[in-house]
Design a protein around this ligand. Sequence first.
Ligand code: G1P
Length: 288
Amino acid sequence: MAMRTAVIPAAGLGTRFLPATKAVPKELMPIFDTPALQLVMDEAIGAGVEHIVVVSNVAKPGIEEYLKPSQDTVDRVRKSGRTELADRLARIGNDVRVSIAYQDKPRGLGHAVSCARAAVGDEAFALLLPDEIMGDSSLLLQMAQMHNATGKTVVGLKRVPKDEVSAYGVITTTGTTGAHGEVTITGVVEKPKVEDAPSDIIIIGRYVLAPDMFDILETLAPAPSGEIQLTDALLIGANARTVDGVVSDIERHDTGTPMGWLQTVIELTLKRSDVGTELRNWLKGTLS
Ligand code: G1P
């Protein structure tokens, strides 16, 4: 069955971004003028999903506020003549079905995914981590097509310089790569030390998970930290050879740290046709 639903985990407390995240959920911090959450929702919609499940935390009411349609805001902006922006605002929370699931405590990515189970139902779904922003929907589309062909879980991957691997899940493969980066994953380890990392191929926060992943997650015992790791479920799938991946060269930005977020804002704003030139000229002047 085609992938209909995307899950976006957004329940984390954003400790690395304090004090900003005391009031503003990290997923709503703007990339110039658009929340990262919106960019990730747009990527999912571009890959054809009809339903988005955002996993939030009751301590982050801003997420719900953002996803609620707001006719007042739309009317105010339309009155001021900014029709394109008004149309864009009118689409938020209306262009596809949006549900919110709640994670009571930060108990790991695997637990956050389990919290979306009732909203997703017993079918394959996309999982997009909003810390990472991709240039377009092409990788997710490719992964959905691979899942449709095989029924397997598919994970988005990228080669990075070896000294960057420790912040990510790192995988091993059978060693054979298809014409479009397709691999079969044989192992995965979460955030290894550089010297222990089995490869330079990391998981980049895009997944198409087969429904059996929900069952596997329920069998997992929490780590001593109390967290249930998605990586542990992927390892069980990898051992059974039911997890494929795509080693992709897609444009990717990691907003997971304040510096990564700032670099993302600058890089993506430089690409904009409306304000990119102005920013480039200002940067040149400031740096000279
Ligand atoms: C999570 C995953 C990790 C993956 C990363 C991608 O880690 O656990 O395997 O490589 O996302 O961004 P987190 O960044 O939530 O610590």
